[in-house]
Write a protein that binds this ligand. Structure first.
Ligand code: GDP
Length: 391
């Protein structure tokens, strides 16, 4: 009898062990999957504070439209949330992307400067190279005059010395004392608000997504407002960027909805969620100045009801030269631009545009796009830029 009892107990224990193994098996495999995605500690991490911003919910806008905050994807199918690396030193890492500018600009200039004869023709040629690099006629003439005097005073053609003089003069033109800080810190219990403006195709939406990565990489939390309501694709694009880093997007469910409503809702949801920064992507159709003024003016006014615009960043495509400068002028008349984002600097030999656009608008280049990758947006560093140009 006792034996029978012992056998029954043994069977029950065995059944429990086998059952437990079956139940635990898949979980272990699941944990293994998690570890695999965590392989790169610098690129994946738990959502943290950024994901916390995702608690905002949908609602009705100030203008009565329907604004949606897409629900979080169920945990099982959600892709791993990335944590981008901090942005410091990024431009140094990406400086080789300026190789085209370097060959066209730096090598040609240095070749001429250290050549045997430095007569009027050579100086004219130097000025021409600077103008061809989109630096602008005024800054080019100024730089040539300054350099010419310095070379004469020093009485040298030594390549290293001439290069040092050119470097110093270029740095002066680019400006080492401009405030290039991004005003992304919350204040007075409200998030900082960044308005991103520019013509379609310049890389505006990409900039919003990559800027969110920069701020999150630097430890902040971000909410993105898709106020470019004329292109559903722009809102989708923004959402994809946001999901990768666990940020929230506020968007309208209706194409052509009032952009100001979306901007208003983005700021209020951002305030509710307690994020550090709200980035508002705006429409960039090339339409009349009056239309642009109405649209951006209204966005600014509705944001002002809840705080202020801390940064108005103008996105410019570095490859568009004079055309880009013309666009910049129109936007600057409509919005108080506080900083320039110069995209596609990797795709041009005309790095001089940095100097021309700053001169044109009187505001600093704060960020540069040096490729199509998610982390190819870098805080602009004058020294790194000039050193890259000169090779
Ligand atoms: P939007 O219409 O202004 O919002 O422009 P998008 O953000 O859609 O970007 C237009 C194209 O420019 C996309 O193919 C981007 O990948 C590309 N782009 C944006 N920034 C850069 C950059 O810094 N370098 C390069 N090479 N391409 C860029």
């Amino acid at each position: 009898m006792t034996n029978v009892l012992l056998i029954v107990i043994a069977i029950i224990v065995l059944a429990l062990i086998v059952g437990g193994a079956v139940l635990l098996g898949p979980r272990r495999r699941g944990a293994g999957r998690g570890q695999a995605t965590d392989a790169g500690p610098s690129t994946t991490a738990p959502p943290g504070r950024a994901a916390g911003a995702g608690t905002a919910e949908g609602g009705t806008t100030a203008e009565g439209g329907q604004i949606t905050v897409p629900p979080p994807t169920p945990a099982e199918s959600a892709p791993a949330v990335e944590r981008p690396l901090p942005s410091a030193g990024r431009m140094v890492r990406l400086r080789s992307r300026l190789a085209r500018s370097q060959t066209a600009f730096g090598s040609a200039l240095l070749g001429l400067l250290s050549s045997g004869k430095l007569d009027q023709d050579t100086w004219d040629e130097i000025e021409e190279i600077l103008i061809t690099a989109d630096m602008g006629a005024g800054p080019a003439a100024q730089l040539v005059n300054q350099l010419r005097t310095e070379v004469k005073v020093a009485g040298t053609r030594d390549p290293a010395q001439v290069k040092a003089m050119l470097r110093a003069d270029l740095l002066e033109q680019v400006g080492t004392d401009l405030d290039r800080t991004l005003h992304a810190q919350p204040h007075g219990g409200r998030p900082a608000v960044m308005l991103v403006v520019g013509v379609n195709g310049t890389g505006k939406t990409t900039t919003c997504g990559r800027l969110a990565r920069v701020l999150i990489g630097d430890g902040g939390t971000v909410l993105l407002g898709a106020a470019d309501t004329f292109r559903a694709a722009a809102a989708d694009q923004l959402q994809t960027w946001a999901e990768r880093v666990g940020a929230t997007v506020v968007r309208s469910d209706r194409e052509g909805a009032d952009p100001a409503s979306v901007a208003f809702d983005a700021v209020s949801k951002g305030t509710e969620a307690g994020v550090d920064t709200v980035i508002v992507d705006t429409a960039g159709r090339l339409h009349t100045k009056a239309g642009l003024m109405d649209e951006l003016g209204k966005i600014k006014r509705v944001i002002a009801r809840q705080g202020s615009v801390d940064e108005a960043l103008l996105v410019l495509d570095a490859t568009t030269g004079q055309n880009g400068l013309r666009q910049a002028r129109v936007f600057a008349e409509v919005v108080d631009i506080t900083g320039i984002v110069l995209t596609k600097l990797d795709g041009t030999a005309k790095g001089g545009i940095v100097i021309a656009v700053q001169r044109e608008l009187g505001v600093p280049v704060k960020l540069v796009g040096l490729g199509e990758g998610p982390d190819d947006l870098a805080p602009f560093e004058p020294e790194t830029f000039v050193d890259a140009l000169l090779g």
